[in-house]
Ligand binder design. Structure first.
Ligand code: PLP
Length: 431
């Protein structure tokens, strides 16, 4: 599919009748003749504002000719270079790969320090090559940049939607064809557009991979997301964190297992208790005089406290009679309540590693935490976070809530323990 990413040219002389102006216009024409869009700006204004455009461009050409360095005094040079710095840093902060070219005269090149030069894809010497050749070079770099953008599943999906293959799978609208047969259907088709309908395909389309056994482009995208979110494994789920929670529980808990649950947990955890037939003990959060639910006190997490609660539960007493060493199977904590209460995960791991087999953090409202230092240890799985000795750590996150996932997008993250690894066989367990 052809995506719309123009080359952005920034040159004060873009419309001037001088050599710099005619040089950059010839280059722009050559790029357009080679079938790539160009957007030209004639005013530097605040160069840092161009950096905001990194998401819509295929590349930048910033023209600086000798005149801009004024009389060559250190004050003039400093002013141009500091603008240039802001521009390059602003773009690189968000986008390490987009091509940036400087276009200028030989004297300009001498002024540019190494820390700027190394961020550039090239310095184009005015009039030193034919515009057609320079255009081809820039387009080659821009295209290879665009080619790297799509992660594996999105790439496979756009290819599938575009390559004209008929869909004989469900959904029954068959790539939107069904909607073309009635006036209201045509409205629907026009509203959502053909691409959405061609891309609304069945899990059984082989070239897209399988969500159920995690193969093909889906698996490749899940591995990519695991890298980004610092997890050992990551699985996409299409029915919200309500379903992610149930998947975690159905893969770890069986009937009559003991489970330790935040009293303020989400309904889907209560459903999980019912579906698995587990025996719950609850950790009690505080509640203030306005009735607002606060955190679970540290004392509630103490293994002795959990054991006391187990002893006090008549159903668990029966289990303990048969197996006095029985341990709870899973702990599920709401990691970020609606009021923003968070727990220090490393403290919980220190307390409960080995006491409970799986530590599960329901991070429906916290998928963004891995991307800001502010959250520190107050989310489940992050960069350089130590492993438990034996307990597995799971996080379930609604990427459709505080990230940009489409409605109901969710994911399950897994961090292996030092002596315990997540294995695919869990996926085979009947739900
Ligand atoms: C703590 C918690 N867990 C799970 C969920 C369910 O999330 P989803 O809407 O992605 O199914 C919610 C929803 O609000 C929630 O607050």
């Amino acid at each position: 599919m052809r995506f719309d990413f123009p080359i952005v040219i920034i040159d004060e002389d873009f419309r001037s009748e001088n050599t710099s102006g005619s040089g950059i216009r010839e280059l722009a024409e050559a790029i357009e003749k080679a079938d790539m869009k160009v957007v030209g700006y004639t005013n530097y204004g605040d160069l840092s504002s161009f950096a905001q455009q990194q998401s819509r461009a295929a590349g930048f050409i910033l023209s600086i000719d000798d005149e801009e360095f004024g009389d060559g005094s250190s004050a003039d040079t400093h002013s141009v270079l500091s603008q240039l710095h802001t521009f390059v840093d602003g773009i690189r902060h968000r986008n390490p790969d987009i091509p940036i070219y400087l276009y200028g005269e030989t004297r300009t090149a001498r002024h540019i320090p190494n820390n700027i030069l190394r961020e550039l894809h090239g310095f184009i010497h005015m009039h030193e090559d034919t515009p057609e050749f320079v255009a081809r070079h820039i387009i080659r770099e821009a295209k290879s940049y665009i080619d790297t953008l799509a992660p594996p599943f999105f790439r496979a999906l756009t290819n599938y939607a575009q390559d004209g293959s008929y869909s004989w799978h469900c959904p029954g609208h068959s790539g939107g064809v069904a909607f073309l047969k009635s006036p209201v259907g045509r409205m629907f088709h026009q509203f959502f557009g053909e691409n959405m309908l061609r891309a609304d395909v069945c899990n059984a389309v082989e070239e897209l991979g399988q969500l159920l056994d995690h193969t093909g482009p889906i698996a490749a995208s899940e591995r990519n997301a695991a890298r980004i979110f610092n997890a050992d494994h990551l699985f996409f789920v299409t029915n919200g964190t309500s379903t992610s929670n149930k998947i975690v529980w159905n893969s770890t808990v069986a009937a009559n297992d003991i489970v330790v649950v935040d009293r303020n947990c989400h309904k889907s955890i209560l459903h999980s208790i019912m579906m698995t037939g587990a025996i719950p003990i609850f950790l009690m959060p505080t509640r203030n005089h306005y009735g607002i639910i606060g955190p679970i006190p540290y004392s509630e997490f103490q293994p002795e406290n959990i054991k006391r609660k187990m002893q006090a539960n008549p159903f668990i007493r029966e289990v303990l009679k048969e197996n006095p060493n029985v341990k709870p199977r899973v702990l599920t904590i709401t990691q970020s309540t609606y009021d923003g209460v968070l727990y220090n995960v490393e403290e919980i791991k220190n307390l409960l590693d080995g006491e409970i087999e799986t530590l599960h953090f329901d991070e429906a409202w916290l998928p963004h935490a891995a991307f800001h230092d502010f959250y520190g240890d107050y989310h489940a799985i992050g960069e350089d976070r130590p492993r438990c000795e034996t307990s597995m750590v799971f996080a379930t996150q609604s990427t459709h809530k505080l990230l940009a996932g489409l409605s109901q997008a969710s994911q399950i993250l897994v961090q292996n323990a030092k002596h315990n690894e997540w294995i695919l066989i869990y996926l085979m367990k009947p739900i």
